[in-house]
Design a protein around this ligand. Structure first.
Ligand code: PLP
Length: 442
C-alpha cells in the first residue's frame, strides 16, 4: 500500500458523509497532483522553442510520483478475462474483445496459415501491390453479411473514418457530427475542405436546428457513432434517418462498438433498428468484436469505388497484413455461426449493470458492454483506478482530452469471457473503494 493510500485511509476514519469525505480526499490529492494545470495549461517560457511544451509537461511525472499513473501498463499475458501485469494476474475490465475471439484457437490457426502462405506483410498499399485474394474475399463476406453492395478493408477503423470522410466532404459540403463522436471522425472532418458543425450529443432538436440553418447547402453528411465509445450511449438512428430524409442529407454511421454487440448476428445498431437501407455508409473496425486489427467501410458500389481511388489514408499506407485478414475472416464466420458469444456478452452486461446500479453507481440501462463509472475529478479517478488495480482489477481511465475536463471516468467494458465469479469480484472491489473514496455512500 503506498503512502498516499495510507493517508487516504486516515481520512476514511472520520465519519463524514460521502461527498465531504470525497472533497477532503480531492483536496489532499490536489496538493500533489494538479491535473488541470499540469496537463491542460502547460507553462511555456517566453522565447522557448517548439519543444518547450514537452519539457514543461509534468502531469505524467506527478502521477507516477504519487503511484497513480494508469497508462501503458505492460501486459505479459492475456487469457480470457485475465491479464498478467508485473507478474500479477488481474481481471480485465479494459477490453474491446467483446466476443472473446482474440484468442479463439480457430482464429489463431487461420492467422498462422495465412502467415505461412503469404508472409508477414503485404509490403505495399492495397492500391498498387498490397491487395491479396484474402482482402477481396473478406470484402465480399462483409458486403454479404451487412447487405451492402461493396466494402473496402482498410488498415484500421481510424483510417476508414478519416479517409472516407475527408474524401467525401468537399469544399461546399457540410458535415453534422455528434459531439461525442470518435477522434477519427473529428480528424476526417478537420482535414477535409468542407465545414463541420458539431451538434450536441444525441440531441435531435439541435441536429435539426443545425440542418435547418444549412438547408440551402446541397451536400450534407450526418455522421454518428452507433454506440459512443466513452458513454456507451446508443445513437438515435431512427430520428437521424427521419431528419436526413427531411433535409436531404446522407448518413455515415460508425459501427465500431455496434458490430458484434447489437442486431441480428451482431450486425450492429443499424440492423437492430431495421435501417439497413437508410444508412448510406457503414464504417466498422476489426479491433473490437472481431478481436484483431483493421477496419472497413461499406455502401453502394459507386461510392466505394470513389473512396477506393480517393481516400489517402487507404491509398498511402500499407495493406492490412495477411494474418490479420485471415483471422478476421474466421472471427466473422464464428460470430455469424455461434450466437452463444453474443448471448453470453448480453447476459454479462445485464448482470454487471444491475450489480453496479445496486451499489449506487449510475449506469445506463442499455445492452452495451461499455459501462462508464463517472467520477469527475481526474486525480480522484486515477487513485480509484490504482486501488482497483492493486486489488486485481485492471480498468481503463478516461481523462481530458478524451472526455471534457472534470468529466473523468473509470471506463469499464465487458466480454463474453467474464464469468459471474469475475463479475462478482469486480463488484466487490468497486463497492469497497467506491465507499472508501466517498464516491458512493456507505
Ligand atoms: C467509435 C470508434 N470508431 C473508430 C475507432 C477506431 O478503430 P481502430 O481501432 O480500428 O482504429 C474506435 C476505436 O477506438 C472507436 O471507438
Amino acid at each position: 500500500m503506498n503512502s498516499l493510500h495510507l493517508k487516504i485511509q486516515d481520512e476514511k476514519s472520520n465519519d463524514l458523509p460521502a461527498h465531504l469525505k470525497r472533497n477532503n480526499i480531492v483536496s489532499l490529492l490536489k496538493e500533489k497532483f494538479d491535473f488541470e494545470n499540469s496537463h491542460l495549461r502547460i507553462p511555456s517560457e517566453k522565447g522557448d522553442g517548439i519543444l518547450s511544451k514537452c519539457f514543461h509537461y509534468s502531469a505524467p511525472d506527478q502521477a507516477k510520483e504519487l503511484g497513480i499513473y494508469p497508462f501503458f501498463r505492460e501486459i505479459q499475458e492475456m487469457q480470457g478475462s485475465r491479464v498478467v501485469i508485473d507478474g500479477k494476474t488481474a481481471i480485465t475490465v479494459s477490453t474491446n474483445n467483446y466476443l472473446g475471439l482474440t484468442k479463439d484457437p480457430r482464429v489463431i490457426a487461420a492467422g498462422k496459415e495465412a502467415l505461412d502462405e503469404f508472409g508477414a506483410g503485404c509490403t505495399g498499399s492495397r492500391f498498387l501491390n498490397g491487395t491479396l485474394s484474402l482482402h477481396k474475399s473478406l470484402e465480399k463476406e462483409l458486403s454479404r453479411f451487412l447487405s451492402r453492395e461493396d466494402a473496402i478493408v482498410m488498415s484500421t477503423g481510424f483510417q476508414a473514418n478519416q479517409g472516407t470522410i475527408s474524401c467525401l466532404l468537399g469544399r461546399k459540403d457540410v458535415a453534422f457530427s455528434d459531439r461525442e463522436n470518435h477522434a477519427s471522425i473529428y480528424e476526417g472532418c478537420a482535414i477535409s475542405p468542407g465545414k463541420t458543425i458539431r451538434y450536441r450529443h444525441n440531441d435531435m432538436d439541435h441536429l435539426e436546428y443545425c440542418l435547418k440553418k444549412f438547408s440551402s447547402v446541397a451536400g450534407k453528411l450526418i455522421i454518428t457513432d452507433s454506440v459512443f465509445s466513452m458513454s456507451g450511449d446508443i445513437a438515435n438512428l431512427p430520428e437521424i434517418v427521419k431528419l436526413a430524409k427531411d433535409y436531404k442529407a446522407t448518413i455515415l454511421v460508425d459501427e465500431a462498438h455496434g458490430l458484434g454487440v447489437m442486431g441480428e448476428q451482431g450486425k450492429g445498431v443499424t440492423n437492430h433498428y431495421n435501417l439497413e437501407d437508410e444508412i448510406d455508409i457503414y464504417v466498422g473496425t476489426f479491433s473490437k468484436s472481431l478481436g484483431s486489427i483493421g477496419g472497413f467501410v461499406s455502401g453502394k458500389s459507386k461510392v466505394m469505388e470513389f473512396i477506393r481511388h480517393k481516400a489517402s489514408s487507404f491509398i498511402f499506407t500499407a495493406a492490412l497484413p495477411p494474418a490479420s485478414v485471415a483471422g478476421v475472416t474466421q472471427a466473422l464466420d464464428i460470430m455469424i455461426r455461434e450466437p452463444i458469444h453474443l448471448e453470453q456478452l448480453q447476459n454479462n452486461t445485464s448482470y454487471i449493470k444491475k450489480g453496479f446500479f445496486n451499489l449506487g453507481f449510475q449506469v445506463n440501462n442499455n445492452p452495451i458492454p461499455i459501462v462508464p463509472i463517472n467520477i469527475g475529478d481526474e486525480a480522484l479517478t486515477l487513485l480509484f483506478n490504482q486501488l482497483l488495480f492493486d486489488d486485481g482489477i485492471f480498468a481503463g481511465v478516461a481523462v481530458s482530452p478524451v472526455v471534457p475536463p472534470h468529466n473523468a471516468m473509470i471506463r469499464t467494458s465487458f466480454t463474453s469471457s467474464h464469468t459471474h465469479e469475475d463479475l462478482d469480484k469486480i463488484l466487490v472491489s468497486f463497492d469497497k473503494f467506491g465507499k472508501e473514496l466517498g464516491i458512493i455512500s456507505q
